[in-house]
Ligand binder design. Structure first.
Ligand code: NDP
Ligand code: BG6
Length: 543
């Protein structure tokens, strides 16, 4: 791992951690939402838990003209109003004097010279030594100028010296393969790969890390974690909120770039990768890269058959009214940006050949739910033929009735399969659905769940940013994405983007303008996404 000393009075729960060495953390975009809502609270909590030393100092940098006191006041206000922070006056009084702010442009040499001077002054005043952490919490349009200015101002010390310099880069890392490649080239013209921490906050979630622990620390699952026993794998990352004021950003992004390229690709990698030889950055990331390479590429023509996209209409999601996407602020009235995407992908390797992976993510769905469900094959010989839960269908027109019967059959079929569901959030935990005999004279099978919940066993998991920031300070990049990983994920995503573009061009050349499927807010997405599974005798599990 990295440098540091054991903190003698650390609470037991953190006894396995080393407290970090002193450092100066510079947050670019410190006036913004992420800094105030996530980063500063995470540092505050780490300090409260004494996982950061008293001379871990934060210097905010952004264009807004703020004094140190105004910056502290903003941070305090956002923490007091943050339900995830247990705000304590005394802890705040110890923390606040370590917050500083300097305003400047992101592409201005003069601003970075002043930054350099302020850093040197604070390093001396607080006896920090020379460890530096730069956090890019700005829109991606200014990542490149910031990196250039950091390099020109000589703020980046070479890797391998006595002190470390690290940079954390927020998502989105590029908007397609080409831009991600270019950004990587630029970042690596100033930093070494070992100094770069590309963040994906899903990897900081306890439940996501537990996917590897579940698979590789328990002897009983890995032998059946393959095409011989697994029928299909489903990954759902659903949100009930719409774009909520982020229309401008979302228009350039859409669900594929915003969620699939990063969070869902990471979940697929962790669920399907081969066992690494150790739990360290190189071994884990090598295996994730192998897995991403094995995802079957799609030709442009194949894209519409394997990937469904859609946009939400007005509706009510999780009891709250949601306007149609086209009516959100910052959204073009004829926008074709997708707010929902479902993808049937295949992994071409020995372990997963022929096992479909169904992925979906969307906004304005009925509830927030991120989960991975592994459905196992049925028992080879069915001794018992009576499964509860199938009531047939009635009271519908003939076509509706047939569809309902078909659907009920699918559900009945799935009732007789074992399904292992890892709930990333909320209600974090793991459920294994099995069949049991309902007590009584006849043999009636009914599904029952074997259940583990985090809350019950461990209490609420900590916020992902806490874990990830501590890892950066400790120099552990296992939970961050490497250059090859991010580019491979973009390669697969860019194939889909290209396929969609071709679909739109073909459509505009024909008589019909291109129309995106829609779904009412508060439903589980378009019928086309159900069709993706139903044609293979499957249905979505998370509902
Ligand atoms: P903001 O839009 O709040 O921007 C952060 C700061 O950057 C602003 O306060 C502003 O500071 C400056 N800024 C805003 N727009 C521009 C612009 N066009 N040109 C130059 N500077 C600008 O972003 P967030 O804080 O929400 O996000 C920061 C980064 O983190 C983004 O890359 C985002 O994708 C990523 N992210 C954010 C999440 C979140 O929950 N907010 C979640 C996951 C990732 P000033 O004007 O003072 O310079
Ligand atoms: C972010 C996306 O990366 O993840 C957001 O940009 C999304 O659009 C968010 O809302 C979801 O994160 P979480 O942790 O709430 O599932």
């Amino acid at each position: 791992m990295s440098e540091g000393i054991i903190l003698e009075e650390a609470p037991d729960i953190h006894a396995q951690f080393q407290v970090s060495s002193p450092a100066m953390m510079v947050i670019f975009g410190a006036s913004g939402d992420l800094a105030n809502r996530k980063l500063l609270p995470a540092i505050y909590k780490l300090s409260q838990q004494r996982l950061l030393p008293p001379n871990f100092v934060i210097l905010g940098y952004a264009r807004s003209p703020l004094s140190d006191d105004e910056f502290r006041h903003r941070a305090r206000t956002s923490m007091v109003g943050n339900s995830e922070v247990e705000f304590q006056g005394s802890a705040w009084d110890a923390f606040a004097p370590r917050l500083f702010y300097i305003s400047g442009e992101y592409d201005d040499h003069e601003g970075f010279e002043r930054l350099q001077e302020r850093i040197s002054m604070l390093e001396e005043q607080w006896n920090i030594g020379g460890n530096r952490l730069f956090y890019l919490s700005t829109p991606p349009s200014v990542y490149e100028p910031i990196i250039t200015c950091l390099g020109n101002a000589d703020l980046v010390k070479p890797a391998g010296g006595h002190n470390w310099t690290r940079v954390v880069i927020e998502k989105p890392f590029g908007s397609d393969l080409q831009s991600a490649h270019k950004l990587n080239d630029h970042v690596l013209s100033v930093f070494d790969e070992d100094q770069v921490y590309r963040i994906d906050h899903y990897l900081g979630k306890e439940t996501v890390q537990n996917v590897l622990v579940f698979r590789f620390a328990n002897g009983i699952f890995e032998p059946i974690w393959n095409r011989n026993y697994v029928d299909n794998v489903q990954i759902t990352v659903a949100e009930s909120i719409g774009v909520e004021g982020r229309g401008g950003y979302y228009e350039r992004s859409g669900a594929l770039r915003d969620m699939m390229q990063n969070h869902l690709m990471q979940l697929v990698s962790l669920t399907a990768m081969e066992p690494p030889i150790a739990f360290d950055a190189k071994a884990v990331r090598d295996q994730k890269v192998n897995l991403l390479q094995a995802i079957r590429p799609l030709s442009l023509d194949e894209v519409p058959d394997y990937v469904v996209r859609a946009q939400y209409n007005a509706g009510t999601a999780d009891t709250r009214p949601v306007p149609a996407y086209l009516e959100e602020n910052g959204v073009a009235s004829d926008s074709t940006t997708e707010t929902y995407v479902a993808w049937r992908l295949e992994i071409d390797n020995w372990r997963w050949q022929g096992v479909p992976f169904y992925l979906r993510t969307g906004k304005a769905l009925p509830r927030k739910a991120s989960e991975i469900s592994v459905t196992f094959r049925r028992a080879p010989h069915l001794l018992f033929d009576s499964t509860e839960g199938f009531d047939g269908a009635s009271g519908q027109g003939e076509t509706g009735l047939q569809a309902a019967i078909q659907r009920e059959r699918l559900i009945e079929d799935s009732l007789s399969r074992n399904v292992l569901t890892m709930r990333i959030q909320p209600d974090e935990g793991i459920t294994l659905k099995t069949l049991a005999k309902r007590p009584g004279p006849s043999v009636n099978l009914t599904p029952v769940n074997l259940e583990f919940t985090y809350g019950h066993s461990f209490g609420d998991p900590p916020d992902a940013y806490q874990r990830l920031l501590l890892d950066v300070v400790l120099g552990d990049s296992t939970l961050f994405t490497r250059r090859d990983e991010v580019e491979l994920a973009w390669q697969r995503i860019t194939q889909v983007l290209d396929g969609w573009q071709m679909q739109e061009e073909q459509s505009s050349n024909g008589s019909q303008p291109f129309r995106l499927p829609t779904y009412p807010a508060g439903t589980w997405g378009p019928k086309e996404a159900d069709g993706l599974l139903e044609k293979e005798g499957q249905h979505w599990i998370a509902e």
